[in-house]
Design a protein. Structure first.
Length: 86
């Protein structure tokens, strides 16, 4: 199962952009990993551990979870004042 999790997590892995450490950060949730194991790798729901345990396995393999930034709403920019032609 670890090889299958590595296959799923590897496309989402990235190194620290500041190169301060050698961790690999992943931007995928434990729930998404579990769903991918069921859909792509053919695992049955009953034979997989819970989401918490599925999330701990990548941590033990050296991946570190990273928070995914939520989409920020666009700021409304006021329209410039119109200048009247006199």
């Amino acid at each position: 199962m670890q090889n299958d999790i590595r296959d799923i997590a590897e496309p989402y892995a990235q190194t620290d952009p500041d190169f301060r450490n050698d961790f690999l950060y992943i931007k995928i949730t434990a729930e998404a990993v579990r769903k991918a194991l069921i859909a792509d790798k053919g695992y049955d729901d009953r034979e997989l551990p819970t989401d918490d345990t599925t999330g701990n396995i990548p941590n033990r393999m050296g991946y570190t979870p990273k928070r995914v930034m939520k989409a920020k709403p666009l700021k409304k920019i006021p329209e410039p004042m119109r200048i009247r032609n006199l």
